[in-house]
Design a protein around this ligand. Structure first.
Ligand SMILES: [Mn+2]
Length: 362
């Protein structure tokens, strides 16, 4: 068993969940190093606190390499859940992950009706929250590439290009850097679109004086990057500059609060209090950030209600924003931080100074 299994089992003991079924392909990849997408078929990793994990898997998914677990095969005419049920200890609570399809869980409940079932997804989510050395290196490299993509993208922010064209450009630049998969649809939002944090890319054209929110991320060797910069086409108004500088300072204050011993909500509050002080509190309408790793959004919000004490190895975003729909102004600035023993390492090096993208003379 590898170190990650060991950490999961320690957590199981801590939280009194003696046995666990894991079905989320991301969690299975995390533990075995292998992506397996079973479609509608059963794929279940059974972990008992005494060790010797088992993966119940359909014969249609032959595995050549050693996944570090015993493979229990079934075929399309067998009842995989019944096979799985034979490994389950009768008299103990059964942890289930939230992604397990109801059709499998209900079948198991039929087979073992007297058992107590609990949602135990957090056991693995909490282990995944603390990045190991290999993951830290991958997160660093993923963000290093994201910095370069941002740098190459910004000169393309010009009058006349649509949001969609700019978003396609983002994907092309990632591809040039060997990144085939974005961690989410790139946000390339102008003015009114920028003022809507949930804006979907459309055919609006950039024009001089627009603020442009660029929120981009890609997967490098399965690890996500995510950063946001807001730039201005050709010129910037005093009002836009004022908003920009407030968000920039709020982001810095959030980053400064990202250290072991503080709580996640302290990061949120550091950014939020500053924006409130400046009179824009009600225009900062979302949480300050989210954890990130194998998925763009992982367990562990940077929000005002998360009192979890920050630990070394955590990785999350700090991304305050101010959105003024009536004025068509939206500014968000986002960096990723990796928590160290006494503070944090900011994974994005790309400048947060205000950028006005120069336009060609017509
Ligand atoms: Mn983000």
């Amino acid at each position: 068993m590898n170190e990650r299994f060991t950490r999961v089992i320690e957590k199981m003991k801590e939280e009194n969940v003696p046995q666990l079924i894991v079905s989320d392909p991301v969690a299975i990849f995390y533990l075995t190093g292998k992506w397996i997408y079973p479609g509608e078929r059963l794929l279940a990793l059974f972990i008992h606190k005494d060790g010797d994990p088992k993966l119940v898997i359909n014969e249609l998914f032959p595995q050549e390499e050693d996944l570090g677990v015993e493979l229990i095969w079934y075929n399309d005419v067998e009842d995989g859940v019944e096979i799985l049920s034979k490994y389950i200890h009768e008299d103990e609570i059964m942890g289930i992950d939230k992604e397990w399809p109801a059709k499998f869980l209900l079948r198991l409940q039929e087979l073992l009706p007297d058992k107590k079932y609990v949602n135990s997804s957090l056991l693995i989510d909490k282990v995944r929250m603390i990045k190991d050395e290999e993951e830290k290196e991958l997160m660093r490299e993923s963000s290093r590439i994201n910095d370069k993509v941002m740098e190459e993208l910004i000169p393309w922010v010009v009058e006349g290009l649509t949001e969609r064209e700019l978003s396609d450009k983002v994907k092309k630049i990632y591809a040039k850097h060997g990144i085939q998969k974005v961690s989410f649809e790139p946000i390339t939002a102008y003015a009114k679109g920028a003022a809507d944090p949930h804006h979907e890319t459309d055919d609006a054209k950039g024009k001089t004086g627009d603020c442009v929110v660029l929120d981009i991320g890609g997967f490098y060797k399965n690890y996500a990057s995510d950063m946001t910069r807001t730039v201005f086409i050709g010129e910037v108004s005093e009002r836009q500059r004022e908003i920009y500088e407030i968000v920039k300072e709020a982001c810095q204050r959030g980053i400064d609060a990202a250290k072991p011993g503080n709580r996640m909500c302290d990061v949120d509050l550091a950014a939020r209090n500053y924006i409130e002080e400046k009179g824009f509190g009600k225009y900062f309408t979302h949480r300050t950030g989210h954890s990130i790793g194998l998925e763009d959004h992982e367990y562990g919000d940077v929000s005002s209600v998360n009192e979890h004490i920050i630990l070394p190895g955590q990785c999350f975003s700090v991304e305050p924003g101010i959105y003024l729909p009536d004025e068509g102004i939206g500014v968000r600035i986002e960096d990723l931080v990796l928590i160290t023993e006494d503070g944090c390492e900011v994974l994005n090096q790309f400048t947060k100074d205000l950028i006005v993208v120069p336009q060609e003379e017509k």
